[in-house]
Design a protein around this ligand. Sequence first.
Ligand code: PGA
Length: 256
Amino acid sequence: MGLRTPVFAANWKMNKTLKEASLFFETFLNLLPTKLDAEIIVCPSFTLFHSISSCSSQKIKLGAQNIFWEKEGAYTGEISPVMLKDSGCQYVIIGHSERRKYFAETNAIVNKKILAAFEYGLKPILCIGETLEEMEKGITRQILAEQIKEGLFRTAQSDFEKLIMAYEPVWAIGTGKADSPQQSNETIRFIRETLSELCGIHTASKIRILYGGSVKPNNIKGFMEQSEIDGALVGGASLNPEDFAKLVLSGDPAKF
Ligand code: PGA
């Protein structure tokens, strides 16, 4: 295994009832080999947290899809970092493009969530990515640099190693049109260079950076073969246990 342990993270978005989640795990866990050189993180809805932390195995880590930045108080409808930690959650997706788009999350809000996650011992999966319009205007790198620098503003040096980044071009999410492995590798190299301005080359070389956006069992290998890509954040293809198991197995770098 290289310097960075690969990660396959499932973003279930607003999907699955209790019954559907337990059926998923019955099949999925049987399809996984006993030893895997990768981390698997499942990020379900909050309603599934309890059942997943009890029914899933050591092989699977629990992640949230969102977080609020205060510890407790009068914030109707929100979930605090302390509550997440308390329910066995270790990771949290922050700044997903759907939250930026439908819930008006700005880089400043993303930053508050990032700092809260670190403060309470959760590892953030920070999502960044350009829209189609931004790509067409040729400002992808400018947008990514802003998302990184503003999203990680005031992050303590010692917290950077706990960070996972996910590069998700917005135009590739849920569209079936994934970025090419070569192109995303170049973009992820740029992301790592930008991170190194914040935390130094040594630490930046340890941060896992995932690709996300229409990752499927039949295209994962191309991404995992790239030098800068350390795994995938998977939406649609993570909902079906056979597909997600196939994706994890085809992407396992130990097999290349
Ligand atoms: P997708 O979603 O795999 O369905 O494109 C990825 C994501 O939104 O994280």
